[in-house]
Ligand binder design. Sequence first.
Ligand SMILES: C[S@@+](CC[C@H](N)C(=O)[O-])C[C@H]1O[C@@H](n2cnc3c(N)ncnc32)[C@H](O)[C@@H]1O
Length: 190
Amino acid sequence: MNELHLEMLSSPRWAAMLERDLLPWVEAVADLGDDVLEVGPGPGLTTDLLRQRTAHLTAVEIDPQLAARLAERLAGTNVTVVNRSAADTEFPDDRFSAAACFAVLHHVATAEVQDELFGEILRVLQPGAPLIASDGYDNEGTRLHHTDDLFVPLDPESLPARLTEIGYTDIAVALAEYDFRFIARKPTSR
Ligand SMILES: C[S@@+](CC[C@H](N)C(=O)[O-])C[C@H]1O[C@@H](n2cnc3c(N)ncnc32)[C@H](O)[C@@H]1O
């Protein structure tokens, strides 16, 4: 991520926005259960919100520096930070009671790797458990914000078909003002 982006994701303004805008949606759509996977915590402001709502949170972060910083900040809490790609976690099948992935997917290198990530999350979720996620719209402002940075936007309209193809069910997409959010579940039987 570029420095400006990182600064914003660590700011009190971002924390307030998550609390005011994203959290009510999370609480309305899903019960997280007691063993949550977070993909792409970055500086960890989303981790701070999620960890208060579950017994244990595993945060998988691909960036070694961000992972090390977060592990240090949250040492001794209910959070375990793992430095690797969430597209290949090595966690057991059917482990997690929910997965969360906020503002991450457009930072994943290609649509193919995004699909691998969706597939891996599906594998490690318990049957019936939800993936809850948010991501940015493809517009001029968001592109500007990602200057010299990865930006691989997802299309919210075609997302339900894409997630169905991967194996998710009960998919709902909500178009919010600055981002879109979606929930999708692992089928209870396959
Ligand atoms: C824009 S930040 C979002 C941080 C946080 N979720 C938030 O909303 O404040 C995206 C994060 O996803 C991480 N990331 C990107 N691809 C990843 C992958 N394949 N596995 C795990 N983390 C990844 C990036 O390193 C970055 O820290």
